[in-house]
Design a protein around this ligand. Structure first.
Ligand code: ZN
Length: 132
């Protein structure tokens, strides 16, 4: 699974999610003072995170396959990019567009990220242009 480098990595988001559970783990340890219960607590948290991730991706891929493919090509993820602070601290522009615009469309002036030497159709007006 490709995730573009300017976005918060999935493993960082998962670690933040588990860190949020530390007070819960302390509570579990007070009630059941045994390490296996604490590990089980974090295991359940990680499983919930993974199942939500899988479910969200499945739903978006099933009902809007074109949008899903475009999002994945841009290094995005429908679940990770919609998580709020403090899990995902990316700006709204990064969540929406991923890589920062490096070229302006000569037809309409809208910025987009295009690999140098690549010809693309503008996502805004549909006009064809080449970066570089
Ligand atoms: Zn354009």
């Amino acid at each position: 699974m490709y995730r573009s480098p300017e976005r918060t990595p999935a493993w960082v988001i998962l670690l933040r999610f588990l860190a949020i559970g530390i007070p819960g783990a302390l509570f579990v340890f007070l009630v059941f003072p045994a390490l296996p219960f604490v590990l089980l607590f974090f295991g359940v948290m990680a499983a919930v995170f993974g199942l939500n991730w899988l479910f969200t991706n499945s739903v978006v891929k099933t009902f809007t396959p074109d949008y899903y493919e475009a999002l994945k090509r841009g290094g995005g993820d429908p679940y990770l990019d919609n998580l709020g602070w403090p899990l995902n601290t990316d700006s709204e522009a990064t969540r929406q567009h991923g890589l920062h615009p490096n070229v302006l469309c000569p037809h309409c002036g809208v910025g987009s990220f295009v690999k140098p030497g690549t010809t693309v159709a503008c996502p805004s007006c549909g006009g064809s242009f080449t970066n570089g």
